[in-house]
Design a protein around this ligand. Structure first.
Ligand code: NAI
Length: 342
């Protein structure tokens, strides 16, 4: 089996290399998948993609023409794949969970770094500046955190927050039944939370769920955390919120227009995106480059599940981690006869 592996980074190669053998050949391409690079899939039954690869109609047509049978996402989110257009042409599998702890812990790491000014202190002490001026933070204990999206990652983040003695409010379009999570309407969460953390997927419903209207409803000085998908937050509205002091701090592991920037080294280059450049200059904005997933445990789980998905699909004709616009998951597949979407 030949797998065209796009957007390959050294840590991807290390985690997938143990699975290479006579039956599985992986062609690692540093380039992202898009209309210009889709032709690299020639001769491959599988393409393996990540969060910023483009899998739109034109790309899907090219992959189909090249005989690709399976798109294996090595991530959970699939907003970059036109799942509906894949239907009837190419099957799609993903890695539904690889370490919710990695993302939830990174979210808390960003929050603590930001509000306790650890990034500032680190730079100061390296310069032998031991002054504490300007480093005053605030206790998390007793503060209210609003969690939007209470799936795998949201739930772990809630548990971490409870460990800090925080009060938790949650909003989810599909609340977890019989749980001890306190659900409220989105407006109430926006109004009452000192800290708001996003853990829902990017869908037409959630795009810009945090826009100027939502920000206006928040407590003055609110801390916003986004380790989910960039376009959940309207970046210009966030910048205005920061400038007006309505938003007290923002921790962003994802950014609306990240796809051409994140994961690459642009030091020494002029960054064209004025909103991102301005956000990064703010003393109360912390940006990491879609790093929340990046733990050894997560990378190993991603590689193992991706290879299992591929093997399972070619051996049994179906994978439990198949995605379909009609079902979402193969375990609820409407095609009961074959338990396979098409
Ligand atoms: P999940 O599918 O377990 O949970 C998502 C939750 O969001 C579900 O409870 C769902 O009901 C809820 N939801 C769906 N539509 C909603 C809406 N309109 N409003 C409010 N809630 C809604 O997903 P999981 O594993 O917890 O991941 C969450 C997100 O984290 C992913 O979609 C992905 O975008 C992001 N992620 C980011 C990573 C990073 O490295 N920064 C790594 C992995 C995931």
């Amino acid at each position: 089996m030949n797998i065209a592996f796009f957007d390959a980074k050294p840590y991807d190669v290390s985690s997938f290399e143990p699975y290479l053998n006579d039956d599985i050949k992986i062609h690692f391409f540093e380039t992202k998948l898009d209309t210009d690079t889709a032709s690299l899939s020639a001769g491959c039954e599988v393409v393996c993609v990540f969060v910023n690869d483009t899998v739109n109609k034109a790309v899907i047509d090219k992959l189909y023409e090249n005989g690709v049978k399976l798109i294996a996402l090595r991530c959970a989110g699939y907003n970059n794949v036109d799942i509906a257009y894949c239907f009837g042409k190419i099957h799609v599998v993903h890695v539904p969970a690889y370490s919710p702890y990695a993302v939830a812990e990174h979210t808390m790491a960003m929050l603590l770094t930001s509000i306790r000014r650890i990034h500032k202190a680190y730079n100061r002490t390296r310069e032998f500046n031991f002054s504490l001026s300007g480093l005053t933070g605030f206790d998390l204990y007793g503060k209210t955190v609003g969690v939007i999206g209470t799936g795998r990652i949201g739930k772990v983040f809630i548990d971490i927050c409870k460990g800090f003695g925080m009060k938790v409010l949650a909003y989810d379009k599909f609340p977890v039944e019989n749980s001890d999570i306190k659900y409220v309407e989105l407006d109430e969460l926006l109004k009452k939370s000192d800290i708001i953390s996003l853990h829902c997927p990017l869908t037409p419903d959630t795009k810009h769920i945090i826009d100027e209207n939502a920000i206006a409803k928040m407590k003055k000085g609110v801390v916003l955390l986004n380790t989910s998908r960039g376009a959940l937050i309207k970046a210009d509205a966030l910048l205005e919120g920061i400038k007006s002091r309505q938003v007290g701090a923002a921790c962003l592991d994802v950014y609306e227009e990240e796809s051409d920037i994140f994961f690459e080294d642009y030091s020494g280059h002029i960054v064209e995106d004025d909103t991102l450049a301005r956000l990064i200059t703010m003393p109360n904005v912390l940006v990491t480059s879609h790093q929340a997933f990046l733990t050894e445990e997560a990378l190993n789980n991603i590689a193992e599940t991706t290879i299992n998905n591929i093997n399972e699909f070619f051996e049994n004709g179906a994978s439990v981690n198949e995605l379909c616009y009609r079902c979402g998951r193969v375990d609820s597949c409407k095609n009961h006869r074959t338990n396979k979407c098409f």
